[in-house]
Design a protein around this ligand. Structure first.
Ligand SMILES: C[S@@+](CC[C@H](N)C(=O)[O-])C[C@H]1O[C@@H](n2cnc3c(N)ncnc32)[C@H](O)[C@@H]1O
Length: 413
């Protein structure tokens, strides 16, 4: 490492203080809040980046490639599922168990190969080796052992986003170096050899992909909390005015976690006056395996590219949907809400609002979204699409955690 500059030295001292606090908290038995955890992770990552030299960056990138690929393979081959939750298992027993589940492994992958793959994860602390021949879970690997939102998130990240990234050089050679906003000619469609098909059509053609997508949404709920950004008490206060009026319509609301959080944190806001809207495949899944709480809402299949079927609701909430689309389509989606609104209705857009330059997580998501024709936006970007849809931004409500805000819009009169 070259000698640190004073700035780097100061930064290292400030990280030392953060680490000291974290260690004290651990000793006192306190569980870090999500905000404290985020501060710690950001401090550690940004410090590594301060001292990294190019060869360290390259090594980090290669490690991430290898680790992500092996985790994905191990999910597919049921390797994580066959490591006991407590204690270790000899590599040779694991190979036999996995071979029992997936014939391909016994034929094509020698036992030693499994250890080689495990060793990468052992070297990065995802798995733990005991002695010279046994392997065990760590807190970082257990979640990949069974079907759950985090496992689905990892699977979706790899399967849905890596192929378009690998296709980017060819994509730009083919279409030229410009913003990929064409909804039928996305990087994803190109990567899958399906130019001319929308991302939704490509994904919806495969029910397994949809199921993984729906499940992965659940883990994103924790990454993008609902609470603390917007106070819905004014909606509850108006519930008695007209009993037939929908109070909140959650457009593209997936399994309804946002509605559940709103009703839970707002006394007097009844779920029965809320509407959960999503594509038919998603609404059917919610009807079958959704939380009991959300089944109290009106569950409505729809397509937000078409006319909004619920007219005059007090609030149209649309969270983490517009970022999947370029400006023209987002304007069209907002226009359908604008057309359905009463003069006192509000549209609440839940999205990351980008700073310039944006935080790491927002910049990353924005880049990934570019492969499906979507984008994150700055406040001005939201003002522009709102105004094109006949709406005016009243306020931007920011949460404690960066990465999610509510952009509150009203009809422009
Ligand atoms: C990124 S998810 C966001 C889900 C949820 N609002 C949240 O904040 O976690 C986008 C949602 O939009 C839904 N969606 C996509 N296209 C749609 C369409 N044309 N009409 C209605 N919903 C759609 C998806 O099924 C998915 O549930």
């Amino acid at each position: 490492m070259s000698s640190p500059t004073p700035n780097v030295a100061e930064k290292l001292e400030s990280v030392a203080a953060i680490l000291n606090d974290a260690a004290k908290g651990l000793r006192a038995g306190a569980k870090a809040t999500p905000e404290q955890h985020a501060v710690l992770i950001e401090a550690l990552k940004s410090t590594v980046e301060l001292v990294n030299e190019p060869r360290d960056d390259i090594s980090d990138v290669m490690t991430a490639f290898a680790q992500g690929t092996i985790i994905r393979l191990f999910i597919k081959w049921q390797v994580f599922a066959n490591i006991p939750l407590d204690g270790a298992i000899p590599y040779k027993d694991l190979a036999v168990k996995v071979a029992g589940d997936v014939a391909l492994i016994s034929e094509n992958i020698p036992r030693s190969q499994q250890a080689r793959l495990c060793w990468v994860l052992v070297s990065t602390g995802v798995l733990r080796q005991e002695g010279s021949d046994q392997i065990a879970h760590t807190i970082r690997s257990r979640a990949y052992g069974h079907r759950n939102p985090l496992q689905a998130m990892m699977q979706m990240g790899f399967d849905e986003y890596l192929p378009p990234l690998l296709a980017l050089p060819r994509y730009y050679e083919t279409y030229g170096i410009k913003e990929p906003t064409e909804k039928l000619y996305t990087v994803k469609a190109f990567a899958e050899g399906k130019p001319g098909q929308s991302v939704a059509d490509i994904t919806l053609a495969d029910p397994e992909r949809v199921a993984t997508f729906v499940l992965a949404m659940d883990s994103m709920e924790n990454m993008y909390p609902h609470d603390g950004m917007y106070n819905y008490s004014w909606v509850a206060a108006r519930a008695g005015e007209s009993p037939d009026r929908a109070l909140i319509v959650d457009v593209g609301g997936a399994q309804g976690n946002a509605l559940q959080a709103m009703c839970k944190s707002t006394p007097g806001l009844p779920m029965s006056r809320c509407v959960l809207q999503d594509l038919p495949e998603v609404i059917e899944t919610v009807k079958k395996i959704g939380d009991e709480g959300i089944k109290g809402a009106r569950l409505m299949s729809m397509d937000f590219h078409n006319e909004q079927p619920v007219k005059g609701a007090l609030v149209y909430h649309i969270r983490r949907c517009l970022h999947d689309f370029g400006d023209d389509e987002s304007v069209q989606i907002l226009q359908h809400l604008s057309d359905a609104m009463a003069p006192d209705s509000r549209v609440l857009i839940g999205e990351a609002v980008m700073d310039n330059p944006p935080a790491r997580s927002v910049a990353l998501v924005d880049f990934l979204l570019s492969t499906v024709g979507g984008k994150e936006r700055t406040v001005d970007g939201f003002r522009e699409i709102a105004s094109r849809a006949g709406l005016k931004v009243r306020a931007v409500h920011q949460g404690k955690q960066r990465g999610m805000s509510i952009v509150e819009c009203e009809k422009e009169i």
